[in-house]
Design a protein around this ligand. Structure first.
Ligand code: DMJ
Length: 604
């Protein structure tokens, strides 16, 4: 079943012809195919021309008055969304995957699919007031979508994208009916919440493990949890611990406590794994609830564990300090064990400890880590603006340091875009660092990196970044624009919007597909025109375009002190615990340095 793929996965291979005549024959065939066309043919120059044409039309229709016209830039993002959606509607409607170059679709789960792209994009369409498209999506959900499918699905991905998608659509439709008014038709106002309840009930089967840690997958029909077929049967840390915002909001909406209890139990079990300084290994056993890996990282399989700590605290209106405590501890752990500086320009790098906290630091940052600057800034101000937060008597020097840290880390992520030929970030970046590395918490004054990125090709700051051959793809990921959005809202510094516009520009120029088919992930950010991967990720409309749209829009839409975004950019309102819900567990006193990592189990 579908799993977000953080690392390079192979593009289609090419058969090798040994005999010369076969090679000639092959060449002739290719030439004929090129001339007479074929559905799957990629035409990079045509793509580049389409991107340039689209960009020319976007930049010429964007007002060039003295003050930057953000409203018109926001409209351009909507146009990109409309283009993506028209292509999907035309060539792959209802399919879980959209391949815009070959103009085909594919279901991850036959025969009807999961609504992967449609449900994930509902709230983006609402925010952009795309009434016609939303009505089409609603009708499809009502008439075609069923989750009674005898097939396994990834527990986490289905929760954050589908359950999260329905819940935020329900929230926006209910709280802001004027935002994107559509005739609710036969589905009525309960369509989304009914789908959410049906799906969540099926997903709950994943939590029936001996420890309460959800299995990696679940069969939607039998509702039986299925342990991972890889990783020794373990579940990933991020996956097990990034389902809480969704289950808790559903519990709040329905008054059904079992959603709450299943999701909360996971937090208790994870906290008891008791590793050092709030940092956890990236795999956990659903049987024992113990960590099965020493590997600590904020990239793939680790990332949203940390994100959901502070967001759980904010979701229930700061009435569950246990999650703030866990976040604070983990942030301290990051500064102590993971944060270092690159050479020669002193960019802030959040690296990995593949063999545990006592092992060497790897100066590797997945693009996935770039959600963190936004989350750190969110935690520092509780979602208020910096100006508001500084007025409060509770504002501390540490809060200010965290804002500075967030800005520096985001600068490192921005550099990942600026350093490449296309202006798009690779999936993974490495950095030159000192040996031994200088760790953040060993310093009294934090080093500062260059104020601006010198655009000349031989600028010294380029030396800090190392991009490996296999990591040069770009999957249309949202994390940097997500953090730009948070830092813009919190600091009010227009620089963050400006960078967001440059990134949008690069996406339009280099990832557009001809014939109005939309946008695709690409295989190499250092090549112009880049090779295509012929795929539109569902988080392109759900997250990347949504965050860009919000970044250029008014600040009072979805204010950060009133809502939390789940890890797939679906907004849920913060709420009070009320009489029904309480924090059902307490933290054990820590001894400080436990290592409870156990050998992995065998998959069954
Ligand atoms: C999304 O599905 C979510 O943001 C998840 O937390 C990480 N991977 C993708 C986007 O990169």
């Amino acid at each position: 079943m579908y799993k977000d793929k953080p690392y390079n996965y192979p593009t289609s291979g090419r058969a090798g012809f040994r005999k010369r005549y076969l090679a000639y024959f092959g060449v002739v065939l290719v030439i004929l195919f090129w001339f007479f066309g074929g559905k799957t043919r990629d035409r990079p120059l045509l793509r580049e021309a389409a991107g340039k044409g689209l960009w020319d039309s976007i930049s010429s229709s964007t007002s060039k008055t003295k003050a930057t016209d953000w409203a018109s830039r926001q409209e351009q993002v909507k146009k990109a969304m409309q283009l993506s959606w028209t292509g999907y509607e035309k060539y792959a409607w209802g399919y879980d995957e959209y391949h815009p170059v070959s103009k085909t679709g594919r279901h991850m789960v036959p025969p009807t699919g999961l609504g992967w792209i449609i449900v994930d994009a509902l709230d983006t369409m609402m925010l952009m007031n795309m009434t016609t498209e939303l009505k089409h999506a609603r009708d499809w959900i009502r008439t075609t979508l069923t989750y009674d499918l005898d097939h396994d699905v990834n527990t986490f991905e289905t929760t954050i994208r589908m359950l999260g998608g329905f819940l935020s659509a329900h929230y926006l439709q209910t709280e802001f009916p004027e935002m994107c008014p559509v005739d609710l038709g036969a589905g009525g106002e309960d369509l989304y919440i009914e789908k959410a309840v049906d799906l969540a009930t099926r997903l709950l089967g994943a939590y029936e493990s001996p420890s309460g840690i959800p299995y990696a997958s679940v069969n939607l029909h039998s509702m039986r949890g299925i342990r991972s077929h890889a990783d020794g049967g373990a579940s990933s840390l991020a996956e097990a611990t990034s389902v809480q915002l969704e289950m808790k909001y559903l519990a709040h909406l329905t008054g059904e406590k079992h959603y709450w209890e299943a999701a909360e139990k996971v937090m208790e079990v994870i906290d008891k794994t008791g590793e050092k300084d709030g940092l956890k290994g990236i795999f956990v056993s659903p049987t024992t609830g113990l960590s099965t890996s020493h590997n600590v990282r904020l990239g793939s399989r680790g990332d949203s564990y940390y994100e959901y700590l502070i967001k759980q605290y904010l979701q229930t209106s700061k009435k569950e300090p246990i999650y703030l405590d866990m976040w604070d501890e983990a942030l301290g752990g990051m500064k102590k064990h993971l944060v270092t500086y690159s050479e020669p320009s002193k960019f802030t790098v959040l690296g990995e400890r593949p063999s545990g906290l006592d092992g060497p630091l790897s100066p590797k940052m997945d693009h996935l880590v770039c959600f963190l600057p936004g989350t750190i800034a969110l935690a520092a101000t509780d979602g208020q603006t910096l100006a508001q937060a500084k007025q409060k008597t509770t504002w501390t020097a540490e809060n200010q340091q965290n804002i500075d840290f967030a800005k520096e880390l985001l600068k490192t992520c921005i550099g990942m875009y600026k350093v490449t030929q296309t202006g798009l970030a690779p999936e993974i970046s490495y950095f030159k660092i000192a040996d031994p590395p200088i760790m953040m918490n060993s310093l009294t004054t934090l080093p500062s990196s260059p104020k601006t990125f010198d655009p000349s090709a031989d600028a010294a700051w380029h030396e800090d970044y190392e991009i490996h051959l296999l990591d040069r793809h770009n999957l249309q990921r949202p994390e940097t624009v997500e953090s730009l959005f948070y830092l813009w809202r919190i600091t009010g510094e227009e620089y963050y919007r400006q960078v967001g516009w440059e990134i949008f520009e690069a996406f339009v120029k280099h990832t557009t597909v001809p014939d109005g088919a939309g946008f695709s992930s690409i295989g190499n950010v250092e090549e112009i025109p880049p090779p295509t991967r012929d795929n539109m990720e569902s988080f392109w409309p759900a997250e990347t375009l949504k965050y860009l749209y919000l970044l250029f829009g008014p600040d009072d839409v979805l204010p950060l002190d009133k809502i939390v975004f789940n890890t797939e950019a679906h907004p849920f309102p913060n709420f009070d615990l009320g009489k029904l819900f309480t924090t059902g567990w307490t933290r054990e006193k820590k001894t400080g340095t436990t290592s409870s990592v156990q050998p992995s189990e065998t998959a069954s």
